[in-house]
Design a protein around this ligand. Structure first.
Ligand SMILES: Nc1nc2c(ncn2[C@@H]2O[C@H](COP(=O)(O)OP(=O)(O)O)[C@@H](O)[C@H]2O)c(=O)[nH]1
Ligand SMILES: [Mg+2]
Ligand SMILES: [Zn+2]
Length: 353
């Protein structure tokens, strides 16, 4: 059997790449492996037992078969997930970094999305990176814009990899610099050039809501325009380029990118409230110091160090609000969970190869 890496998944068909990323083949999955989908502790089924980025062992097609067969998924270093109560989307595996591209304007900064991404990364054992784009669109006379900048700077407290730039005319971020000066922020911030030199190798996943500049950043990494940006598609009149599934490709021998579809809402239905509370770096040193060893941190029982931290305002108000929203969404999931959510259909239940 030979080792390959999963490049793209289309239902029950898998594009796989050879170890040097040069040979691409279409493979199917050994029947017995399709059953493994229910293995997540949340009991929510995986959309697919395999994940883009997986290393797999593959056998050649037997007599009468037309495709090589994936026999085994090799142990994963990590995996990034998002989930609704119906299914878990495995977005990418064996990642060195997951980069979230977030625009400060158009669409306007939504920190709730960043917080969900970080929670997903911490729980998937993935190292997060945040790239703030569209710094040029900020207006120093607009209070909201100044607030967006302040919020973005907050992530420097615990995310070691954060970048700010304008992607369409790199390093033209005068407006942004004016705001920094106005709020008295004098430290060096990393920009696109730093990003390009920091991430020259490994497997790097790019995620973000659509319109934030993901394709533009991808093109800057590759050094030539492969990915259509929104503007291009507008002028050709062909409609917006939309990716619907993750896709892996090699930029060169050392750098592998995983492009993901524009995500609207990063669902966290696969996590427990305890796991969510414990993902907050602000009280990292207090996790495990609660009075009860298996504290769920949800009640105000005396001795819960997490609830104490919340009362002490260790989170800024907006991050606390984001946390409350996330926890509320889990309550909502709880209500619709009991027994009767719809099973994923069509994908690999109905088809003998
Ligand atoms: N002003 C400004 N526009 C940008 C920036 N980054 C991307 N854009 C524009 O935003 C639009 C969406 O970008 P695109 O890369 O297609 O976003 P995607 O949907 O995340 O792939 C395009 O018109 C880009 O030219 C930026 O930093 N500043
Ligand atoms: Mg795009
Ligand atoms: Zn507790």
């Amino acid at each position: 059997m030979k080792k390959y890496r999963i490049q793209e998944i289309h239902g029950n068909l898998y594009y796989i790449l050879s170890e040097d990323y040069k040979e691409r083949r279409l493979a199917v999955l050994r029947g017995k492996m399709r059953i493994k989908q229910n293995e997540h502790p949340s009991k929510i089924p995986f959309r697919n037992p395999c994940c883009v980025g997986d290393y797999v062992l593959v056998s050649e097609p037997g007599y009468g078969q037309s495709h090589p067969v994936i026999e085994e998924i090799l142990p994963r270093k990590n995996m990034l997930l998002r989930a609704s109560p119906e299914e878990i989307h495995n977005i990418g595996s064996n990642l060195d970094f997951a980069v979230l591209i977030v625009s400060l304007k158009e669409p306007d900064l939504r920190t709730g999305f960043i917080d969900r991404f970080l929670i997903a990364c911490y729980n998937g054992n993935v190292e997060p990176v945040i790239f703030f784009s569209k710094c040029d669109l900020l207006d120093p006379s607009n209070e909201d814009d100044i607030y967006f900048v302040r919020q973005s700077l907050y992530y420097l407290n615990f995310v070691p990899w954060v970048y700010w730039d304008n992607l369409t005319a790199p390093s033209q971020k005068n407006q942004f610099d004016v705001i920094l000066k106005e709020i008295g922020f004098n430290y060096h911030l990393k920009s696109l050039n730093d990003f390009l030199s920091d991430f020259r190798e490994g497997t790097i996943l790019l995620a973000g809501q659509s319109g934030t500049g993901k394709s533009t950043l991808t093109n800057l990494i590759i050094g030539k325009p492969l990915q259509k940006t929104r503007e291009t598609s507008k002028t050709t009149g062909k409609g917006k380029h939309t990716t619907t599934t993750s896709s892996l490709f090699s930029v060169n021998e050392r750098l592998i990118l995983i492009d993901t579809p524009g995500i609207k809402e990063w669902g966290l239905a696969h996590l427990t409230k305890k796991e969510i509370y414990e993902s907050y770096p602000e009280w990292k040193d207090r996790v495990g110091t609660c009075k009860f060893r298996n504290c769920e941190h949800i009640s105000n029982i005396e001795g819960c160090k997490i609830q104490e931290a919340i009362k002490e305002n260790l989170l800024p108000v907006w991050r606390k609000e984001n946390l409350e929203h996330i926890l509320q969404s889990l309550d909502y999931y709880e209500r619709i969970k009991p027994g009767d959510y719809k099973k994923p259909t069509g994908r690999f239940y109905n088809k003998p190869f």
